[in-house]
Structure formats: structure tokens, C-alpha cells
Design a protein around this ligand. Structure first.
Ligand SMILES: Cc1cc2nc3c(=O)[nH]c(=O)nc-3n(C[C@H](O)[C@H](O)[C@H](O)COP(=O)(O)OP(=O)(O)OC[C@H]3O[C@@H](n4cnc5c(N)ncnc54)[C@H](O)[C@@H]3O)c2cc1C
Length: 489
């Protein structure tokens, strides 16, 4: 059968959904709710609030609900269907990763992208599919959320976090109430994690009319006929350069500091369940070694994205071209590079994201209390300090933050950093598609254990109060001779 996405076989999807419902039933999922209800001064308290309903937020919320932790809500600032990068600032045509990854399926075959796709367009279409179109990945995530009935509220932004006794108060904007109380908070806030865009110093002070970050909302139509420079050699630099070229940019120069293009995807190359499950348990110097090496070798842009740029005659690649300074004047941008001065009308910085918590107002109050790798986990004998690694948060086994000064902010132990910033401590299980289910599993095991332990008195009281007999007393006759009967004989 041909891949005809415009004519989906809805009966196929209905059959898949019925199969999934049966699988869940066989596995007794969702598990029965088990967390005792709580309120504070008459105000109901959530067991878990998840911020972000992108892929990680959905996987975490689904895993919580399946584990019987149902007093949960996920908030996302974006409108429904526009969460995450896929149909907003991701400018690639297809996903970068292979189509076969299980993603957020949580070990349920019927919940995979592959099942969703083949149910609608058939096995042959699956076999002829190269990589997943990004819009189709978003459609799959929308289906995932709807099918599992996940409690997500869109258009709601978290504005701040503060402690209220042993609870966490979250200030929100866009819902009926402006404050919610919760026992645990999961920050599934995406690639920018807890920080924001990483912007090179040479762009500080340059008018925003002349430059954008690759994750900005860029008016590519306005670049028609213009001289554009793109900084970087990663996937996003190629995607943005290609989009500018396709929009009619006069020329696009890739300004690449390294002497050679990164060509080998090292960490993906050694990907295994060992890496997924074992990375967290490595000693700190080994964790550092892995991620320092990966950061230095860098991830290559996909071949198709690179060809999407190089096929344009007005695209140029400048390797070994470091930027020394950028000035703006009447003619646009004057860029001093290690290869001499260059002139541009607009620059796109595909320079990634930072872990600088103070960059995001909603985390600013927490920032001084959060222990990072530079507060003791990193030591100079591991190698040179590297921004993005030494400022990564030092997390516990369930992605929970730790305090820089013990006792200074106890609520951090109930705030879980389930986003890209967790990578140095946990490995790549809370950002990319390959291992997000393993990450959600680890997160929810930790939250479930914490909720149970904190409620131990209630659970013990329930144990003592439980009085439903399984034996009714009429199942046997007691023939044991009693000692006093024997004595009387
Ligand atoms: C351009 C791009 C392409 C990528 N391609 C791939 C790929 O092909 N394969 C792969 O494995 N990985 C890829 N990734 C990496 C990763 O899979 C994605 O970043 C993915 O979106 C991560 O999911 P997430 O849930 O952590 O973050 P996101 O999908 O970004 O979701 C985070 C959500 O949090 C919400 N949010 C943030 N702050 C607040 C707040 N204060 N209040 C309320 N809501 C908030 C945002 O609105 C957003 O919807 C890509 C990343 C990018 C940036």
C-alpha cells in the first residue's frame, strides 16, 4: 500500500486503540489510585504538578497516571498541539533520529509511533518511510495525549515557585486559579531546561533587528535578498540556513569555528541499554569524561540537512572561521573573523541553550539554592571546566535538585529536573527521543517511593483498619488437641 497520509484508514487506528485498551486491561493499567488525598487550609493539594507538556512532560504524566498517581496536572504555556519545537522553531523537514525509536511509548508496543503509523498507512508505507516528518511526530504526540486522556492544561504558564510548609506553591498564569499547591513538581521545560538561549558575548549589545537565536520566531520572508550569516555547524544551524535559502536569502554563509565538520555521532553510536541504565551509576569523573568527550567531538548535523544547504549555489561553508567581534553600522553588520572582515545584513546564532537558571524569571528565586556540578562534583583533575557542564544541576536519583547549603531550601528535594539539564547526572534520558521512557520510569519510581514513605502513617493506619476477611471461618475444623483436654484424661 502506498503512503497516503491524506487518506488515513481510520478503522486501522480504531483497531489499534482497541488493542491498546485491551493491553492496558491485561496489565491492570492504570493501577488503582493509592496516594491519600491532602488539603491545606481547605485548599486541595496536588500530588504532582508537571510543568511542560512536550514529549518529556507527556511521558512523565502518562507514567504517573499508569502508576496510580492520578491527582496530577500538567501545564504548558503553549496552545494545544504547539508544545515543544516540532511545529514551531524546529526548521528541519524530518526528525533527526531513526523512525524505529520507541520514544515515549513506556514499553507498550501499541503506543509507539510505528504502531500509530502502520495502523493508518500500512506496513509497506512504513518500510518506505525514511525519517519521520516533524509535523507527523507532533500529530503522534497529540494522539498519545488524547488516547491516554492525560490531564494537560494549555495556555498556562508557571510564573514562580515558593515553599508553603512542606508543600510547593506554584504561581500560574492562564488558569482559573493563580496558585496551586503540590507535593512534587516536575520541570519538563524542554531543551532550554532551566536557562535560556546561549548567546555569544560578541552579540551582546547588537540590535535584535540584526540577529536572532535559532530558536527565535524568525521572519524568514524578511531575509529575501539579504546577506545572512549562520553561526555553528550543528543540526539547527543547517536547518536555519536551509530555511533562509529556501525563503530567498541573497546568500548564506555558515561561519564554523572548528577546522573540520563533526562527522561522527559518537554517543548515539555506542547507544545501548547499558548506557541508558548505567550512566547514572558511573563515578563523577567517568560521567564528566563521557560528556566532555562528546561535547568536544560534537554531534554532526544530519546528512540530509547539510545537503539541503549545500545544494544552493549561494550557500558557503567557512570552516576554521572564528568570530572575534561584531559591530553594527549603517551598512548592517561588520563581522571580524579569524579569516578577515565580513559584511552581513542578518545573523542567526545556532549556539544552543544554557543552564543559567537566573535567565528564566520563574526559576530565579530558586537559582541561588540549587547545587550545581561546580559546587563540588566537578574537580579540576577531571579536565578543563566547560560551560554547560560545570553549571549543570547536581541531581539526586529521581532527578530531584540538591541544596547548595543543606537546610537552605528543603523543597528542592521535591522538585524534579526532568529536562535536558539533567544529562550530566543522569545521561540522555530526559530530553531526546531514544530513552525518554526509561527516564520517565526512573522519575516516577522515585516520586512513588517518596509519596509512599511520606504517607507511611496513613498507610499503616490503613493496614490496621483493613478488616475484610478472606477466610470466613467455616472452611476448616480445628482438630488440634488442646493441652488441658489431654491433662484431664
Ligand atoms: C529543533 C530541535 C530538533 C530536535 N530534533 C530531535 C530529533 O530528531 N530526535 C531527538 O531524539 N531529539 C530531538 N530534539 C531534542 C528533543 O527531543 C526535543 O527537544 C524535545 O522537544 C524534548 O522534549 P521536552 O518535553 O523535554 O521539551 P519540549 O518539547 O520543548 O517541551 C517543553 C514544554 O515546556 C513548556 N514550558 C516551558 N516553560 C514553561 C513554563 N514556565 N510554564 C509552562 N510551560 C512551560 C513549553 O511551552 C514546551 O511546550 C530536537 C530538539 C530541537 C530543539
Amino acid at each position: 500500500m502506498k503512503h497516503t497520509p491524506t487518506q488515513p484508514m481510520s478503522t486501522g487506528l480504531a483497531a489499534l486503540e482497541a488493542q491498546l485498551t485491551q493491553d492496558l486491561d491485561f496489565l491492570e493499567l492504570p493501577a488503582k489510585p493509592w496516594v491519600p488525598e491532602r488539603s491545606r487550609d481547605g485548599v486541595p493539594v496536588r500530588d504532582v504538578v508537571v510543568i511542560g507538556a512536550g514529549m518529556c512532560g507527556l511521558a512523565a504524566t502518562a507514567k504517573l497516571v499508569l502508576t496510580g498517581i492520578t491527582n496530577v496536572v500538567a501545564y504548558d504555556a503553549a496552545p494545544a498541539g504547539l508544545e515543544g519545537p516540532w511545529v514551531t522553531f524546529a526548521r528541519m523537514q524530518t526528525l533527526r533520529s531513526p523512525k524505529t525509536l520507541h520514544g515515549p511509548a513506556l514499553g507498550l508496543p501499541q503506543l509507539t509511533f510505528r504502531a500509530w503509523f502502520t495502523a493508518q498507512w500500512g506496513v509497506e508505507a512504513w518500510q518506505s518511510l525514511d525519517k519521520i516528518p516533524k509535523g507527523q511526530w507532533m500529530d503522534y504526540l497529540i494522539w498519545y495525549r488524547k488516547l491516554l486522556g492525560l490531564p494537560v492544561r494549555n495556555g498556562v504558564r508557571m510564573m514562580g515557585i515558593s515553599p508553603v510548609g512542606d508543600l510547593i506553591a506554584i504561581d500560574i498564569d492562564g488558569d482559573e486559579t493563580d496558585r496551586v499547591l503540590t507535593r512534587h513538581l516536575v520541570l519538563a521545560t524542554g531543551r532550554s531546561g532551566l536557562g535560556g538561549f546561549a548567546v555569544p558575548d560578541f552579540l551582546m549589545g547588537i540590535d535584535r533587528a540584526y540577529w536572532a537565536h535559532s530558536a527565535d520566531d524568525i521572519d524568514f520572508g524578511a531575509l529575501k535578498g539579504k546577506r545572512v550569516a549562520v553561526i555553528g555547524a550543528g543540526a539547527s544551524s543547517m536547518d536555519n540556513a536551509a530555511t533562509a535559502l529556501e525563503a530567498g536569502a541573497g546568500s548564506v554563509d555558515m561561519l564554523i569555528r572548528r577546522k573540520e565538520m563533526p562527522r561522527i555521532n559518537k554517543l548515539t553510536g555506542i547507544g545501548s541499554q547499558g548506557v541508558v541504565l548505567g550512566m547514572y551509576h558511573l563515578p563523577d569523573d567517568w560521567k564528566w569524561k563521557f560528556f566532555d568527550y562528546t561535547a568536544s567531538t560534537q554531534t554532526p548535523p544530519p546528512r540530509s540537512s547539510t545537503l539541503r544547504v549545500s545544494r544552493h549555489a549561494n550557500a558557503r561553508f567557512f570552516l576554521d572561521c572564528g568570530i572575534v567581534a561584531v559591530k553594527q553600522d549603517a551598512e548592517g553588520l561588520l563581522v571580524e573573523t579569524t579569516q578577515g572582515p565580513m559584511r552581513y545584513d542578518f545573523m542567526i546564532a545556532a549556539t544552543g541553550f544554557s543552564n543559567d537558571f537566573s535567565d528564566r524569571p520563574e526559576f530565579a528565586a530558586l537559582a541561588p539554592y540549587i547545587r550545581t556540578w561546580s559546587d563540588g562534583r566537578y574537580t579540576p583533575d577531571m579536565g578543563p571546566s566547560r560551560r554547560g557542564m560545570s553549571d549543570a544541576p547536581d541531581l539526586g536519583p529521581a532527578f530531584e535538585f540538591r541544596e547548595r547549603v543543606p537546610g537552605s531550601c528543603p523543597m528542592l528535594a521535591h522538585i524534579h529536573c526532568f529536562n535536558d539539564a539533567a544529562m550530566l547526572t543522569h545521561g540522555k534520558v530526559s530530553g531526546d527521543i531514544p530513552a525518554v521512557s526509561a527516564g520517565a520510569d526512573r522519575l516516577v519510581r522515585g516520586i512513588a517511593a517518596s509519596l509512599f514513605v511520606e504517607d507511611v502513617e496513613t498507610h499503616f493506619a490503613n493496614l490496621m483498619a483493613y478488616d475484610t476477611p478472606e477466610l470466613l471461618g467455616d472452611e476448616w475444623v480445628d482438630s488440634t488437641p488442646l493441652p488441658h483436654k489431654e491433662a484431664a484424661l
